[in-house]
Design a protein around this ligand. Structure first.
Ligand SMILES: Cc1ncc(COP(=O)(O)O)c(C=O)c1O
Length: 366
């Protein structure tokens, strides 16, 4: 079986020196020395002069980021229908209303121009663009959106840590889940140029304590432990090699897929977190054909949010203010996540692309 996603985290040997530091420190959580060192190094990864707050998950980075921005009851937050459900769940858990919009046909992301059009058709109090499958968002364009509209933006770049350079007006949430390129198991990261906002997120992650007095009902326990930071520090040391390997796998795929021009891809300058392609036909049939050939695929971010029972009644603002989301609807039937991870061999990639070509031939002759 060619697996769809195989995490690539530090080995026990790579972890040992960091675990020995925990032994020596006897400090296990609550902003310990490894967490502080990890946050400092993450600052170097995302771009200088920013505040980094490590958390227990990407979802908590989203939820606490929104809470710190004052997004609660009665507020509307615009987000794409094509995303992992945590984007909308974070809004709902703050007591606010997720409002769904469409994505661009090329990047499959919510763009500043889609957000501007939505603003013209309904009230929106914050925007959450999503780095779809790890495709980096245009940080400068989103900074321009905040400058021009005054509407706060919390970018859900869950899958894009190590790939996304961040801007200064937008706030950023990343995941360090094992399936993400820079993974620790479970973990999250909030990044902002606004030091006070980052401190508010940090406070919320520790019960909202200020001298052990609770400041907010959004307070929770979402801190990162020293053990997760140890994995993160070991992972950052191997990240340049891992990124290089992911680049090679992606370039190999790209070269072989050039023979199938009917297969659509995001315009990517970096290897994505997961690799979804747009097929000219029903992706479910291709997934079944690949499964027959012992190739595992996933339909990441599908179904779209408005087809989950929990989100069925959500307000949608589509093109020209209508409630249809045509690009998302088309992608819902045609996106297929191919195997993509650092351990794929050239032979695996050739096998996947050959099987995909055969499935597409079968669908056109059927
Ligand atoms: C787009 C997006 N947002 C949020 C999350 C949630 O991250 P976590 O699993 O770390 O809570 C994910 C996780 O896959 C994601 O893909």
């Amino acid at each position: 079986m060619i697996r769809c996603l195989v995490p690539d985290l530090p080995t026990a040997d790579e972890l040992l020196p960091w675990l020995q530091r925990i032994d020596a420190n006897r400090w296990y959580t609550n902003g310990g020395p490894l967490v502080r060192e990890f946050e400092q190094r993450l600052g170097g990864l995302v771009g200088g002069g920013l505040s980094c707050v490590t958390l227990s998950s990407g979802m908590s980075a989203l939820e606490l980021g929104l809470a710190a921005l004052g997004i609660g009851e009665g507020r509307r937050v615009l987000l794409p229908a094509l995303t992992f459900p945590a984007t909308a769940l974070a809004v709902a858990r703050c007591g606010a209303e997720p409002v769904l919009c469409d994505v661009a046909d090329d990047t499959w992301t919510l763009t500043p121009s889609i957000a501007r059009e939505a603003l013209a058709h309904g009230r929106v109090d914050a925007v959450m663009p999503v780095a779809c499958f790890g495709c980096p968002l245009p940080a400068d364009a989103w900074d321009g959106f905040v400058r021009d509209t005054g509407v706060p933006v919390l970018a859900d770049a869950a899958a894009a840590l190590g790939l996304q350079q961040v801007g200064r007006r937008v706030h950023w949430a990343f995941s360090l889940h094992a399936t993400k390129p820079v993974g620790v198991g479970e973990g999250g990261l909030f990044v902002s140029a606004d030091e006070a906002l980052a401190e508010a997120v940090r406070r919320l992650s520790n019960f909202s304590f200020e001298h052990f007095v609770v400041q907010s009902r959004h307070g929770t326990n979402a801190k990162m432990s020293e053990y997760a930071a140890a994995v993160g520090l070991a992972q950052l040391a191997r990240w340049p090699r891992l990124l290089q390997r992911r680049r090679e796998v992606f370039e190999d795929y790209r070269a072989r897929l050039a023979a199938l021009p009917q297969v659509g891809m995001q315009p990517l300058a970096v290897p994505p977190a997961t690799f979804s392609v747009r097929l000219p036909a029903d992706a479910a049939a291709a997934a079944a054909a690949l499964a027959e050939a012992q190739i595992e695929t996933r339909r990441w971010y599908l179904p779209p949010l408005n087809r989950h029972p929990a989100f069925g009644g959500l307000r949608c603002i589509g093109p020209a203010g209508g409630d249809r989301l045509p690009v998302t609807e088309a992608l819902a039937t045609t996106l297929l996540g191919l195997p993509f991870h650092s351990r794929l061999t050239a032979e695996d990639i050739a096998t996947v692309v050959d099987a995909l070509a055969a499935a597409l031939r079968a669908s056109t002759s059927a």
